[in-house]
Design a binder for this molecule. Structure first.
Ligand code: SAM
Length: 357
């Protein structure tokens, strides 16, 4: 049994998405934002679930009363399951009582568990990684999600599972990335770009070239030029004045869907407001024509009927991109974000369905 966490209100889109991806999968809503399913997670095709904020593979119900008992549950499970001398991570989180509830309890459990390891399994403690960077093939992940002070679910995904399922098992606790704040940016949209970079594990760097489609008022451009990248910004409307005057910015007024760069660029950034099938089509055209090395694109929804329009993208991405994800970001509102890097060589054996063309 696997558990999936989602954004408030996305429980039924997630259930529908699971049913479409896993052909009729049974799902059950356990609590708000918490969906259970017994689908079979395989490494190929790796699950690509836009509405799953986090996945807890092979989650089993656990209960304990005291902090000491919780730490012992964790200790027993990790000692029995984690591979020797390989990195592992621990996500401890509560899912009850609103924001901040259970936070102290989590800290106490973590401390008690660490102390147990220090006394009884120092070796395991040495391989405990406290970071949130992308998983590697040797990383294992232990997740304990408390749904009440004395009950919850324990999930252990041993290496290489977190890496195989990295498109829906995130290195962030509950899959959450705090939404960034920068009052100097032209709009709050910049937070989407920062979150997408974090999830991708790749950042726009000095000297790179970006095309920013639908760039106005200019906060994605702002992030890129602040890093020292060159930006060709395309929009029907001009950007904020300081962005228009920035020597690293070339502004082109016009239709984003008609724009193609003269030479391949490092990044396609696209935040155009358009029907989902148009944004999906634009991205697939860019990927097939190899106009960029990496991409971060938002897909906007008008209503729930639009969610299934992500399916052609899910079919096509594995053949056209290498590292990629498709997810509703914490900073996204009624939209999802697709990001990745372009495949080095076309996958000759895989055909793209007509639907995806
Ligand atoms: C959500 S805003 C982009 C915000 C931007 N990423 C930022 O960080 O400031 C969407 C933009 O898409 C632009 N847009 C919509 N359709 C377009 C089209 N066909 N061609 C160019 N721009 C378009 C709109 O003018 C609008 O500025």
């Amino acid at each position: 049994m696997h558990l999936f966490l989602t954004e408030p209100g996305d429980e039924s889109p997630l259930a529908d998405e699971l049913k479409r991806f896993f052909a009729g999968a049974e799902t059950e809503l356990l609590a708000p934002e918490l969906v259970r399913s017994s689908v079979t997670l395989q490494s190929a095709p790796a699950p690509l679930l836009a509405f799953a904020r986090q996945t807890l593979p092979y989650a089993t119900p656990v209960s304990a009363v005291s902090i000491r008992e919780w730490s012992e549950r964790l200790f027993e499970a990790t000692v029995a399951r984690l591979p020797e001398s390989q990195p592992w991570r621990l996500h401890l989180a509560s899912h009850y009582g609103g924001e901040g509830a259970g936070a102290n309890r989590m800290c106490f459990i973590r401390d008690a568990f660490r102390e147990l390891l220090r006394r009884k399994r120092r070796h395991l403690l040495r391989f405990w990684e406290e970071e949130e960077g992308p998983f590697h093939a040797k990383t294992s992940l232990v997740q304990l999600l408390l749904t009440a002070p004395d009950a919850g679910f324990l999930s252990i995904a041993t290496a290489p599972q977190p890496w195989h399922w990295r498109r829906c098992v995130w290195p962030f606790v509950k899959g959450e990335v705090p939404v960034a704040v920068d009052k100097a940016a032209p709009s709050r949209a910049f937070a989407k770009l920062l979150e997408a970079e974090l999830r991708l594990g790749q950042r726009i760097a000095a000297g790179e070239t970006c095309v920013d489609l639908g760039a106005c008022p200019g906060s994605w451009t702002y992030v890129a030029v602040n890093r020292g990248a060159h930006v060709i910004a395309v929009d029907r409307s001009p950007l904020r004045e300081d962005m228009m005057a920035n020597p690293l910015v070339t502004f082109q007024q016009g239709d984003a869907f008609k724009f193609a760069p003269e030479m391949p660029v490092d990044w396609l950034l696209c935040d155009v407001i358009a029907a989902p099938e148009r944004s999906v089509g634009l991205l697939l055209d860019w990927l097939r024509a190899r106009r960029c090395r990496r991409f971060i694109v938002t897909i906007k929804f008008k209503g729930q009927a639009d969610y299934a329009k992500l399916d052609p993208l899910k079919h096509a991405l594995p053949t056209l991109a290498e590292e990629f994800f498709l997810v509703r970001l914490c900073a996204n509102k009624n939209e999802a974000c697709v990001a990745g890097s372009v495949a080095l060589a076309p996958a000759s054996t895989v055909t793209i369905t007509d639907e995806a063309r």
